[in-house]
Design a binder for this molecule. Structure first.
Ligand code: G3P
Length: 217
C-alpha cells in the first residue's frame, strides 16, 4: 500500500521523504490555506521534492473552468495529479483531463456509486473520505471495502486512495481491505511508529544499561 502525505507543509513532507515514507502528496484548498503559501509556488516546491503523484485541486465549479485550471496545474510538473470534486461537472472534467493523459484524482467521494462513476470517467485515483463518514456515524471503512469489491469485480484500474485518514487503525484497516493508497497527515503517519510497550521496553533497557556503567562510544 502506498503512503501519500496529506499536507502542503514542505518541511513535514521533506522529513518523511528522507525516510522513504512518501509515495505521493495530496493537497486541497484547506491545506493550501493552512500553509499560507501561493498554490502554484508551493505545489512546484513539493513536485521538485517528491517523485510520486502530487494532487493539486481545482476550485472552479463548471467543467470548462475546471479543465482550464486543471491544465494550468498539470503544467507545474509531470507528476501532478489534477484533483476534481465528485460532482457531475467534476466527472466531465475528469473525462477530458484523463483523456489528455493527465492523472486525475476525484475527491470528496462518499458512496460506492460515486466511485463507480469516477472509474468510468477515467479517474486515476478515487478519494473516499473515511473520517468524514465516521464523523456522521457511517462506517468509512465499509465504503473502502465496497469500492474494493466493485473495482475488483470489473477490473477497474482506478486506484482507491483512502482519504480523511485520522487514526493509525484507519491505516492498518485500509491495508487489510486492500486500499491502493492512504493519504494521511504527517502526524498520523509518524504515530504509526508509536507503541506503549515500545516506550515501556525502552525505559527498562535504559535503566538497566545505566546500571552496567558501560559505554558503547
Ligand atoms: O484528503 C482529504 C483530507 O484532507 C480531509 O481530511 O480530516 O479534513 O476530513 P479531514
Amino acid at each position: 500500500m502506498k503512503f501519500f502525505v496529506d499536507t502542503a507543509d514542505v518541511a513535514a513532507i521533506a522529513e518523511l521523504n528522507d525516510l522513504g515514507m512518501v509515495d505521493g502528496v495530496t493537497t486541497n484548498p484547506s491545506l493550501i490555506l493552512k500553509s499560507g503559501r501561493n498554490i502554484l509556488e508551493v505545489t512546484k516546491e513539493i513536485c521538485d521534492l517528491v517523485s510520486g503523484p502530487v494532487s493539486a485541486e481545482v476550485v472552479a465549479l463548471q467543467a470548462d473552468e475546471m479543465i482550464a485550471e486543471g491544465r494550468k496545474l498539470a503544467a507545474i510538473a509531470p507528476n501532478i495529479a489534477v484533483k476534481v470534486p465528485l460532482t457531475w461537472d467534476g466527472l466531465k472534467a475528469c473525462k477530458v483531463l484523463s483523456g489528455e493523459g493527465f492523472m486525475v484524482n476525484v475527491t470528496l467521494c462518499f458512496s460506492a456509486n460515486q466511485a463507480l462513476l469516477a472509474a468510468k470517467a477515467g479517474a486515476t485515483f478515487i478519494s473516499p473520505f473515511v473520517g468524514r463518514l465516521d464523523d456522521i456515524n457511517f462506517d468509512g471503512l465499509d465504503l473502502i471495502a465496497d469500492i474494493r469489491t466493485i473495482y475488483d469485480n470489473y477490473d477497474f484500474d482506478t486506484q482507491i486512495l483512502a482519504a480523511s485518514i485520522r487514526t493509525v487503525n484507519h491505516i492498518s484497516d485500509c491495508a487489510k481491505i486492500g486500499a491502493d493508497v492512504i493519504t494521511a497527515p504527517p502526524a498520523v503517519i509518524k504515530s504509526l511508529a508509536s507503541h506503549v510497550l515500545t516506550d515501556k521496553g525502552m525505559d527498562q533497557f535504559m535503566k538497566d544499561w545505566a546500571k552496567t556503567g558501560q559505554k558503547i562510544l
